[in-house]
Design a protein. Structure first.
Length: 92
């Protein structure tokens, strides 16, 4: 048995730069995306809360499938937007 050299692979034809760019730009996901709307940067605050109230917030969060922070944010948002009442005095 004779020892033979490994055959060299055939070189792929070189496409022009314009043809390659046309091929890539023809892809369905090649269209430029609109810039995403910037979200408002949130601020970190410290909040003291009674342990019993925190347990109730955590229970509500679990029932809703949300995080504690999401439930607290939603409650504050609703109070500010829709109003709330404290001992008969309310903001409507």
């Amino acid at each position: 048995m004779a020892i033979t050299a490994k055959p060299k692979p055939k070189a792929a034809p070189v496409a022009s730069e314009a043809a390659a760019e046309a091929f890539i730009s023809g892809a369905p996901d090649a269209a430029p995306k609109a810039p995403a709307a910037r979200r408002e940067t949130k601020k970190l605050i410290s909040l003291k809360i009674a342990p019993t109230l925190l347990e109730r917030v955590d229970q509500l969060a679990a029932e809703l499938g949300q995080s504690r922070a999401a439930v607290i944010n939603l409650a504050i948002h609703r109070a500010v937007e829709r109003g709330f009442e404290i001992d008969g005095l309310g903001k409507a």
